[in-house]
Design a protein around this ligand. Structure first.
Ligand code: HDE
Length: 721
């Protein structure tokens, strides 16, 4: 049965949430017992100036509820933002899986997606250098399926037992709780420098993938190898992917740090506004499928979560699309209380023995018990499936369900044997009967010992500017480390990835690399330093994987991009109006920024409204800048250091800048002016100049914005910003 169509934003999950919604408009205020309140601002006292009375049940109820408003934040992924939407498969995947939501292209399956950072607290900045969580709850007709992934396809460690150590190392240091939401400190790099298995993930985390432009512009990955199982019981290995239709884009690191001050809610706001404006984020669902018999075909272990299957070896097939088209109504009720779990699977999907995944299967229920306060968190509206629940689990804190009848056990005759168990043919979940025949060992497979070949592959596959960004990120991060031995160990590890990378990072740190340290491997228990458990040096089967470089992403749309238009009194209104309209046609948004809020008088003596003032915004919050013409307006901008800074900063972050008419005179008065006459091709990349704001000029500007950034400008000297 197909869920209801989306126009109107209603799907089965939305209908399910409806009875729990509360809307106060036109209603009297009541206590939690439903008693109408006649004074919510004064407590009950003995005389006007006397003490408050204990009998004031209205005061007590209000204060008590307030006192208990907070719940523990997530131990990781505390900061997040979420949205509702739906998923639809393109064509039946019956050949590979019997999962019902992957059969019928006419079925829309409701989803709730939460994006997050990992290390920071609930109130930390969105723009931390960090992995992003990408957790999708599918409310399928067979129960909930949670795909709890990240925006990077590999992980730091190979075994769940190390997770508490990794997280203790990355979180603020315990003696002073510094730094917040940052990896650039001693304990994180100490741990990493002693954990060579992290090197592939470190390449990703130091790349621009760790500072996305938008949650709508990043990939998602299931990370582990999972299983598909079809109706005949045949199993395939599968890796899950999300591909954003807007491409994969990032900001500059300097920009990220500034956004963290100017608008720490940048990503959250971007997601919320995009959905409110009808620019629904869209992600295609991709799978890499490996037949069961090919398990040992590759030079890496499919169970090792520090490895990808390069897309160049097993292509990603796009099998469906997810559209996020509704913001939550209430952050706490939905985004905060949603409880994901990689163990929430449906028939047709199953686990593998990836030791990281196996540990996760324990952790997620356990963490909800403390975070949400008891075993009935599945009854919280956002968590409950759209299909009914029938079992003999009973009671516990905050139980909502009123189970009727006297039998709460199985087998029973008092309840007619109900609820019945379902055979596999009736949709009963049946674990894939994998044969496992081995000794119990506390150890790790030797097939997990290659730590460097895919780190190399990642670094080698990056464009020149991406490699430079990784080098600079490592210089920044390790430059904040205060213990020299940690920096030296890291340079030692980097030298196993790429000698130029190691040399350039070392040069930035003042580390002498004549004798880089051999990798120290403290990760394999008592056996760690035996010859057998030393890292294995291998060559990846391919030297370069273009799919790993963001330089090769989609660059054909400016949908939902934000363009700053600098205006002052005397601005050319016609130019502003034309550029604004044509950008809107291309589904981008022009924001008028004035020296002050309110009316700006144009060159033709009309009034236009500034959306923001230079005081309340900054170039780092925009994708591009446009400076229209107008004599008086340009003189005012030239005299305004904030306007000059705005443009210099946008240039420094390699953003497109367009100017026409006298707007060009303004550019000449900024630092960018020193580049205009330059005969270096890189220096003028992304600058779009024209006498008139005609359609050709605007189209050139649109094309430049679609390119996202002109990173090659960084090859030239940098503009101060
Ligand atoms: Fe998680 N992780 N994780 N993780 N994880 C949590 O569960 C854990 C890992 C991921 O938006 C926690 O409900 C262990 C990999 C996301 O609510 C906790 C290990 C991947 C989210 C937990 C990992 C993830 C979490 C904290 C190593 C990508 C946020 C709060 C074995 C594939 C979900 C919670 C949301 C959250 C444990 C590693 C993704 C403590 C033990 C690998 C997206 O249960």
């Amino acid at each position: 049965m197909a869920t209801q169509d989306f126009p109107g934003n209603i799907n089965k999950k939305q209908e399910d949430l409806e009875p729990n919604k509360e809307e106060s408009s036109g209603e009297f205020m009541t206590t939690n017992q439903g008693v109408k309140v006649n004074d919510d601002t004064n407590s009950l006292k003995v005389g006007d100036r006397g003490p408050s009375l204990l009998e004031d049940f209205i005061l007590r109820e209000k204060i008590t509820h307030f006192d208990h408003e907070r719940i523990p934040e997530r131990v990781v992924h505390a900061r997040g933002a979420a949205a509702h939407g739906y998923f639809q498969v393109y064509e039946s995947m019956a050949k590979y899986t019997k999962a019902k939501f992957l059969q019928d292209p006419n079925v829309q399956t409701p989803v709730f997606v939460r994006f997050s950072t990992v290390a920071g607290s609930r109130g930390s900045t969105d723009l931390a250098r960090d992995v992003r969580g990408f957790a999708v709850k599918f409310y399928t007709e067979e129960g909930n399926f949670d795909l709890v992934g990240n925006n990077m396809p590999v992980f730091f460690i190979q075994d769940a037992i190390k997770f508490p150590d990794l997280i203790h190392a990355v979180k603020p240091e315990p003696h002073n709780e510094i730094p917040q939401a940052a990896t650039a400190h001693d304990t994180f790099w100490d741990f990493i420098s002693l954990s060579p298995e992290s090197m592939h993930m470190i390449m990703w985390a130091m790349s621009d993938r760790a500072i996305p432009r938008s949650l709508r512009m990043m990939e998602g990955f299931g990370v582990h190898t999972f299983r598909f199982v079809n109706e005949e019981g045949v199993s395939y290995f599968v890796k899950f992917h999300w591909k954003p239709l807007l491409g994969v884009h990032s900001v500059a690191w300097d920009e990220a740090q500034k956004i963290s001050g100017k608008d720490p809610d940048f990503h959250r706001r971007d997601l919320f506004e995009a959905i409110e404006n009808g620019h629904f984020p869209e992600f295609e669902f991709g799978v890499q499928i490996v037949p069961k018999d090919d398990e040992h075909k590759y030079d890496f272990d499919l169970l090792d979560p520090t490895k990808i299957i390069p897309e160049e070896i097993v292509p990603v097939v796009r099998i469906g699309k997810m559209v996020l088209n509704k913001n939550p109504d209430n952050f706490f009720a939905e985004t905060e209380q949603v409880a994901f779990h990689p163990g929430h699977i449906v028939p047709g999907i199953d686990f593998t023995n990836d030791p990281l995944l196996q540990g996760r299967l324990f952790s997620y229920t356990d963490t909800q018990l403390i975070r949400l306060g008891g075993p009935n968190f599945h009854e919280i509206p956002i968590n409950r499936p759209v299909v009914p629940i029938h079992n003999n689990q009973r009671d516990g804190y905050m139980r909502q369900e009123i189970n009727v009848g006297k039998s709460s056990y199985h087998p029973n005759s008092t309840g007619g044997g109900c609820p019945f168990q379902a055979k596999m043919s009736e949709g009963g979940f049946t674990s894939y009967p994998e044969r496992v025949d081995a000794h119990k060992v506390r150890g790790r497979s030797k097939s997990f010992l290659d730590f460097f070949s895919q780190a190399k592959l990642f670094f080698n596959s990056q464009s020149e500017y991406e490699q430079q960004h990784i080098i600079r990120a490592l210089r920044f991060e390790l430059g904040k480390v205060t213990i020299p031995a940690i920096r030296e160990r890291m340079v030692g590890l980097l030298s196993h990835v790429n000698s130029r990378l190691a040399a350039e990072v070392a040069a930035g740190l003042g580390v002498d690399i004549d004798e880089p340290l051999a990798p120290v491997n403290h990760m394999f228990g008592a056996d760690a330093n035996t010859v057998e458990f030393q890292p294995v040096e291998k060559q990846a089967p391919i030297d370069n994987a273009p799919s790993l470089s963001m330089a090769n992403t989609i660059k054909n749309t400016i949908k939902s991009r934000k363009i700053a238009v600098l205006i002052a009194d005397g601005v050319d209104e016609a130019a502003v109006a034309k550029v604004k309209a044509e950008l809107a046609q291309a589904e981008a948004q022009a924001v008028l920024i004035g020296p002050r809020n309110g009316s700006i008088v144009t060159s033709t003596n009309t009034n236009i409204q500034a959306d923001m003032s230079l005081l309340t915004t900054a170039s780092v919050l925009f994708d591009a800048v446009y400076i229209p013409g107008g004599d008086e307006h340009v003189n005012a901008l030239i005299a305004d250091p904030d306007a000059v800074h705005f443009v210099n900063e946008a240039y420094s972050h390699c953003k497109p800048i367009a100017a026409n008419g006298e707007g060009i005179t303004f550019l000449q008065a900024t630092y960018v002016g020193t580049k205009l006459g330059s005969n270096s091709p890189e220096a003028t990349l992304g600058l779009v100049l024209s006498e008139n704001a005609n359609s050709t000029f605007i189209q050139q500007f649109i094309d430049a914005i679609a390119q996202h950034r002109f990173w090659d400008r960084e090859k030239r000297d940098k503009v101060p910003s």
